[in-house]
Design a protein around this ligand. Sequence first.
Ligand code: UDX
Length: 447
Amino acid sequence: MALKITVIGTGYLGATHAAAMAELGFEVLGLDVVPEKIEMLQRGEVPIYEPGLEELLRKHVAGIEGASGRLRFTMDWAEVAEFGDVHFVCVNTPQKHGEYACDMSYVDAAFTSLAPHLKGPALVVGKSTVPVGSADRLARTLAELAPAGEDAELAWNPEFLREGFAVKDTLHPDRIVAGVRSERAEKLLREVYATPLAEGTPFVVTDFPTAELVKTSANSFLATKISFINAMAEVCEASDGDVAKLAEAIGYDDRIGKKFLRAGIGFGGGCLPKDIRAFMARAGELGADQALTFLREIDSINMRQRGQMVELTRQALGGGSFLGKRVAVLGATFKPDSDDVRDSPALNVAGQIHLQGGQVTVYDPKGMVNARRLFPTLAYADSAIEAVRGADVVLHLTEWSEFRELDPAVLGEAVSRRLVLDGRNALDPAVWRAAGWTYRAMGRPAA
Ligand code: UDX
């Protein structure tokens, strides 16, 4: 008989995982503790912008016309425990307020709510990003609270999906990591992921701590690549080098690779910044803090990029104060194809210039609602052309394809000065310069 799957936590990760499991052919029951989320999902809607996710939900959510009906939602823990053979825990692990460490309260609550209802054989699979050692502790929680005793087992199966590519990354992952303690757990996970495995996806079986560490070290490596190239951008800036050419040239070396070498205002979002901080905090608790001191530098290079963008803007406007200067900001989200503004470098730069007296107008294709909520004091425009009207400088801070497709000649008619600063090294300097613009980017020569 086919396995039945439950997904606990229907945020960005859980909603995608639940829809993907239904797409793979499983009967799926999703649980959340927030009634509004459940109501939205039951209508096939998601509170976030994620390409392809709503379509996938509508294809499977029970009650929607034409849907497979394989995906349902509930708030009832007993129902979830009764229904599922495999329970995926997909709840959030945010940064603790005022600390580097990660807040495990949602994960802990999920385990203590589910475990007492597990009366028969079940595999509970942690997917959330957690400090190393958590799985071991949570296995003990399960053993203590689940009436099923040893029949209720834990596995750790970290998730590597990227915002903007969540559906694709879930259905076609680069690899599947399975932290397991028994052959039974491994067999069940192989059964769940049979389709990607049949397509040749590598399946890496590990112990619990390694599985947890794969996730945090992968994110640390990605953050390191970005801060490395941003450090090179600073050196290029000081020596009239061109960081875009440098990245291209070093990227031809397979050992280095081309990806994640785009210099600019750095990384943000709900994952990389908090994950490297939580990793440092956990290493400290384990007495291994010296091993990760470099991450402190990675974090500070990253945060410095935002300030440098502000300074580049100030210099380009002739130095001195921003008072009376009209600054158009293209992009508010932390990356394109997402409406997520958490720890967004773009909004941070916009906010700094605004606080220093600049008249900032922001436009973003999908992030306006969230940006307005986070930064209500900034001015917002409904389109790129409206944002740049009368601007003394245009800042390109999130590399949406919409911005690459803008016609600099048309924009040039709307601004008061043809000055564009590319905080993402993603516009074509030749095209903008040909249309009479002064183009500047971080780590690249002035002309
Ligand atoms: C990241 C990881 O990529 C993913 O595997 C993990 O599961 C969650 O964290 P995500 O937060 O969606 O995913 O964003 P990602 O695509 O990694 O980008 C992070 C940030 O780095 C963005 O702000 C992006 O603009 C920035 N970035 C990325 C750069 O500044 N330069 C680059 O070359 C690449």
